[in-house]
Structures are given as C-alpha cells and as structure tokens.
Design a protein around this ligand. Structure first.
Ligand code: AVJ
Length: 322
C-alpha cells in the first residue's frame, strides 16, 4: 500500500480540534493507526516487553478447539462470526477451522486494509463466506452493518482493544453486542489483566523506543488530517500505570513551550499553546481482574461466562454466552 490517507468528516475534524483545545488536551487513540502507525504497532507486538499479543495468541492457539466446542454446545452451529476492528484478520485463523462458521464478517474503520487481508483468508478457508464492511464501533450512534442472517452469532473482539474504552463505555459496548446476539450466540473477547506494575510499565516503555515512536507518529498523522504543524521533536513519550484507575495512560509531553497552529474557520480557535511539561493525552489502556471483567459481562446481560488464560494469568480470553 502506498497511500495511507483517510479523509475525515467535518465532525471528526471538529472532535479532534475540541480535544486539542480541552483543558487536558486529548486525542482519540484511533488516530494512531495510519499506515506507519499500524506498522509500528505490528513491531510493538514483536517486542520482548509487550506480552499481550503473544500471550493471547498462545491462549487462542491452545484452546481454540475447547472454545469452539463450548460455543457450539450452548449455541449450535455458528451462522455468523463477526470481528470488529479485524485489521489483518490474523487471529481469526485459529477459530475458523474449529468453529466453521457459515459466514465471517470483518468490520474495520479501514475497509481497504481488511479487504486485502480477506483475499488470502478466502484462499485458506474457501468454505466460509467472507465479507468486509466499514464500521467504527466507537461511534455509538452508528448501527453496525450486520447481515440479515439467522442463527447464532459469535462476536470476536480480541487484542484487548476493549481497554481503550472506559469501563462505562466498555459496558455499553458489550451490552450492545449482547443485544445483537438476539438471545443466542455470544462474545469471545481478549482482555489484558491487572498484573505487576513493573511489567505493565515496561510493556509501554520498551527499550527500543518503538512505543515512543508509535505515540509520536500520531502528531504526523494529525498534521495530515487537520493541517496542523506539530513538530515531533518538541514532544516526548510518557506512559505510566495508574493503579487506582487500573489503566495505562499514554501522553505526549511538551519539552518546551509549544504553539500548535491549524487552519481555522472564521471565529474558531486555530492554535493551542502548550506550556513546557503540559501533555496531550493520547491513550488509556484499561486492565481488568478476571473477576471485574466477568462482572462487567454479566452486567452487560450475558448469562454464562467461560475464561481461558495463560499460566501467568497475564491475559484473559472470555467467552460470554448470551
Ligand atoms: C491495541 C489498544 C490493545 O493498549 O496495549 C500498545 C495499543 N498502545 N502500545 C494496548 C498500544 C501502546 C494496545 N491496544
């Protein structure tokens, strides 16, 4: 792929600018993922310090058969396997051979990227009908583009992407998924678990500085999206675990006084001054205890919850049945 431009709507532009002007400046973590950002995230998943991806993969690989059998026993044959934020569609490869759904639907903000991934997935699993559709599941007002299928649905949400939502938002999202199960089927979701603070801090402060580059790359993406003039060298990566909130916070901290400008419309602010040390909050990554996440799923309406983890209990894979 040579192009990584995604035009944003007036709404999204206004949201970004509101965030830059807020007392605690902030930007939504979805803007990490331009082409360079997606590549940098792929490198993060290969780092020694970043345990979530390898750990989840190991759990899925080891227990896929068990997970599929548990689902099928409760819900019958899977008619639709739907994956929000499917991206490269790599993790679903563990499920497809054992779950054998009639249909696989990959949802993502970037359909082009997913459509490409589906090409090779189709070759490996020709018996499954596969479609890609555009959806930003963070937009609560937008309906998901689900087919008018019948039978049981399994929603697959791996990668602990749920950690980017606040616990209240996570509850609303899983309740919405529960409703979309229509009383049968379920949700298979990967969640990063609370653990030793040093392990968590290391995962977001890697020795090679890849996470720092990933964080800083956001500024270049913003420059392209809204025409701002952020200079990455004026900012530094900051990531820390807040035990009370059970979340990693990522920020970009101004190394000096920084004035950021962007083309404004009449009467609207078109710059923000950051004092030295002031930050732009770029991400929250919530961690859960198994008990807390099971309680959240139960509150979302799910009747039965199963859990698989690694030996260190670093990462949880939860199957919540409607
Ligand atoms: C893709 C949201 C699961 O929170 O660990 C990795 C993103 N940020 N390193 C995470 C991320 C910094 C990641 N998620």
């Amino acid at each position: 792929m040579t192009e990584d431009r995604r035009d944003i709507s007036e709404d999204e532009r206004a949201q970004i600018i509101d965030g830059l002007l807020a007392a605690q400046a902030q930007v939504a973590p979805k803007y990490f993922y331009d082409l360079a950002g997606s590549r940098l995230f792929d490198v993060i998943t290969l780092l020694d310090e970043y345990y979530p991806t390898v750990t989840e993969r190991a759990v899925l690989q080891r227990y896929a058969r068990d997970i599929a059998a548990t689902f099928t026993a409760a819900a019958g044959r899977c008619a639709l396997l739907a994956e929000p934020g499917a991206g490269s569609c790599e993790k679903v490869r563990f499920l497809l051979p054992v779950l054998t759904p009639a249909q696989y639907l990959a949802l993502d903000v970037s359909v082009d990227f997913v459509a490409l991934a589906l090409q090779s997935l189709r070759r490996d699993f020709p018996q499954v009908r596969m479609t890609a559709a555009a959806a930003d599941i963070a937009q609560v007002a937008q309906p998901w583009p689900l087919p008018d299928d019948e039978g049981s649905r399994l929603f697959f949400y791996p990668g602990s992407s749920i950690g980017n939502f606040t616990p209240d938002e996570a509850l609303a999202l899983t309740a919405r998924i529960h409703a979309q199960c229509r009383g049968q089927g379920g949700l298979l979701i990967g969640v990063d678990l609370v653990k030793d603070t040093a392990v968590l801090n290391a995962a977001y402060n890697d020795a090679l500085g890849v996470t720092a580059a990933f964080n800083l790359n956001l500024l270049r993406h913003l420059n392209r999206l809204i025409g701002s003039d952020f200079r990455p060298q004026q900012w530094e990566h900051l990531a820390f675990y807040d035990e009370a909130a059970a979340r990693i916070e990522m920020h970009l901290r101004a190394r000096e006084t920084v004035t950021v400008r962007w083309p404004g419309e009449d009467g609207q602010a078109s710059e923000r001054v950051f004092a030295a040390g002031e930050t732009l909050h770029t991400e929250n990554s919530y961690k859960y205890t198994s008990e807390a996440f099971e309680a959240l799923l139960a509150n979302a309406g799910f009747a039965q919850i199963h859990r698989w983890t690694d030996a260190r209990e670093y990462f949880g894979v939860f199957l919540a049945l409607a």
